[in-house]
Design a protein. Structure first.
Length: 228
């Protein structure tokens, strides 16, 4: 009997959440392997044997190890562990999903990731001071430049690639959800399509979406209450 795939992740990591959601929505068979980033478990010698990059997510399928979330998505889809709705087999439909995945990595993900890292992650861990207001403003400007592109070029049909949720929606939305930790929420007035899309992704991916975002939502709510 073949051993189940092992998926290593932490819900603090947006790509971890996206791929975990894809697996759950696809009703995939896999072994849940949480890695506590807050305890720096990814830096242990034991984890280095799992993922040589010492990051999450990671995938182990027998003797085969992977450490990049998009590559894992394609591998899992070819093994039938990601549904055809989320990652289509049709050549052009899949190309559209891939187009967004390639675009978002150096655009939406980069902008949101820098904002999250420098404005929340490093300061809260005492690694670096909280950036000054002008620096925060620049991070927000970079994020909103990408939200404008998302609004203009990607959201004409409800979801990113039509009227059904795909893995592209999961990978894109989790990056924006992450910056709630920086006290940033998408303006429905300025970005109505993005705001509606985020809610549609949440509805389509629940109950798993809320479970995967429990930490993000809890911490962002606490930060908002503390600011009152």
């Amino acid at each position: 009997m073949a051993k189940s795939i092992k998926f290593y992740y932490d819900f603090l990591s947006p790509p971890s959440r996206a791929l975990w959601l894809g697996l759950k929505l696809s009703k995939a068979t896999f072994e849940d392997c949480p890695v506590a980033l807050r305890k720096r478990e990814q830096l242990t010698d034991e984890y280095k044997k799992i993922n040589r990059f010492q990051k999450v997510p990671a995938l182990v399928d027998g003797d085969f190890h992977m450490g990049e979330s998009i590559a894992m998505t394609r591998y899992l889809a070819d093994k039938g562990q990601i549904s055809q709705q989320l990652y289509p087999k049709d050549l052009q439909a899949r190309a559209r999903v891939d187009e967004f995945l390639e675009w978002q990595h150096l655009n939406l993900r980069m902008a949101c990731g820098k904002y999250f890292r420098d404005a929340w992650l490093l300061p809260i861990n005492g690694i670096a001071p909280k950036p000054k207001a002008d620096k925060i403003d620049q991070y927000i400007k970079d994020v909103e430049t990408n939200l404008e592109l998302l609004e203009r070029f990607w959201l004409d049909k409800g979801f990113l690639n039509g009227d059904k949720l795909t893995i592209a929606d999961l990978f894109g939305s989790v990056e924006i959800e992450q910056i709630k930790l920086c006290m940033y929420n998408v303006s429905e007035k300025r970005f109505p399509k993005v705001a509606k899309w985020l809610e549609q992704v949440r509805e389509a991916a629940n109950p798993y979406h809320d479970f995967a975002h429990e930490f993000v939502n809890k911490k962002s709510k606490q930060a908002a209450q503390a600011k009152l």
